[in-house]
Design a protein around this ligand. Structure first.
Ligand code: SF4
Length: 367
């Protein structure tokens, strides 16, 4: 039987306009992209390009770099040229950096309306420069830097306040005939963030960049981002995502790409389906699952590999998987599509799974 599976889908993608970010598209029916942001000083070109290369290797689609000083703005042309993925310059406060980033060949520029009130009188010039260069923008509204006028009006950074700020700024660009931008309305609170994006998605067809800002250290930030993005993506909302973690940016990309895989929005890669273990377990499931994950990490084929701690539920639970093992009495039963194909001593389980996984990956490549 073919190993390609039909997968159920959640809500259809909400229709959005399609924009370009370098050689990628965001919005419309373009695949949902994963973004991250470098943590190096942007003017340290070598370190920044090194981190971008690591992010690219981990599956990052688009990278953003901060641009707080003249030296950073001056580094943009080399970074944009040498990066293999589109670079977005992140600009607060200084309009002149926006023009520099456009000229530098960045794929897009992120502007923050809360921090750039003085941008308003330069919007027409920014639109012209961006249009001429084929560069898109992101209007990035953040709870922490909400326009003071809206903060006063709404009392705090409510979903309505975030959306009003974004829609106001979007209107300024659209009045100039410029439509190549996406929007984000980030908040650190999951419920506020979700509500803001839901409201925003009802008000226009702008592509949306999802983000929970200041999400926290890896454990908390992962849960917050997955709760928020999962809710929105299940409703068809979101065209590009950035998981924010107080952790190395490669971790953000790992979380983002896996989230899209698990939501059925990106082609699935290898997945380990391991039981939590319980009083019935006849093997150390946690260590076995880790060894299997480690042993199979070079296999990218969309195999689902089950690791079960006993032969009571193991075979049944492993049947849904492409490949699996269930251990008991010092032995491991190896399953392929739910059928026991061999029984091996426990210490050979990992190598036997690797052997089968490689053969199955080869077969999938040939199909
Ligand atoms: Fe417990 Fe066996 Fe199920 Fe694992 S597979 S959780 S050991 S019953």
């Amino acid at each position: 039987p073919s190993m390609r599976e039909e997968r159920p889908v959640l809500a259809p993608r909400r229709p959005t306009r399609r924009i370009r970010v370098g050689d990628l598209s965001v919005g419309g029916d373009a695949p949902i992209t994963v973004q991250s942001m470098t943590t190096t000083k942007t003017h340290d070109i070598g370190a920044t390009l090194q981190q971008i290369a690591e992010l690219t290797a981990s599956g990052c689609d688009i990278v953003r770099v901060a641009c707080p000083t003249d030296k950073d703005a001056e580094a943009l042309p080399i970074i944009a040229k040498q990066s293999r993925i589109p670079v977005i310059a992140d600009i607060h406060f200084k309009p002149k950096y926006v023009f520099q980033a456009i000229e530098a060949g960045c794929g897009a520029v992120r502007v923050n309306p809360g921090n750039i009130r003085k941008f308003d009188d330069q919007v027409a010039a920014i639109c012209k420069a961006a249009s001429d260069a084929g560069v898109s923008l992101r209007i990035g509204v953040n709870a922490g830097s909400l326009d003071p006028r809206l903060l006063k009006k709404h009392g705090k950074a409510t979903p309505e306040a975030l959306v009003e700020s974004a829609v106001w700024e979007a209107g300024l660009f659209e009045e100039c005939g410029f439509h190549d931008f996406k929007i984000s309305v980030k908040h650190h609170d999951v419920v506020t963030m979700v509500r803001a994006y839901q409201l925003l998605s009802e008000m226009g067809d702008w592509p949306l960049h999802l983000g929970v800002t200041e999400a926290g250290p890896a454990f908390q930030g992962t849960i917050k981002s997955c709760a928020a993005f999962g809710t929105l993506l299940a409703q068809g909302i979101g065209d590009t995502i950035r998981v924010s973690l107080s952790a190395p940016p490669v971790e953000e990309v790992k979380v983002g790409t896996k989230l899209l895989e698990f939501m059925g929005l990106r082609e699935r890669k290898l997945e380990i389906v391991s039981c939590p273990s319980c009083g019935r377990a006849q093997v150390d499931v946690w260590s076995l699952a880790e060894s299997v994950e480690e042993g199979l990490k070079s296999i990218s084929a969309p195999l689902r590999v089950a690791v079960m701690g006993c032969v009571v539920n193991g075979p049944g639970e492993a049947r849904e998987a492409d490949l699996g093992c269930a251990s008991g009495n010092g032995k491991g039963q190896i399953f392929v599509h739910g059928k026991v194909v061999e029984t091996v001593p426990e210490d050979q389980v990992v190598e036997t799974l690797i052997k089968h996984a490689e053969a199955m990956a080869e077969q999938m490549r040939a199909e």
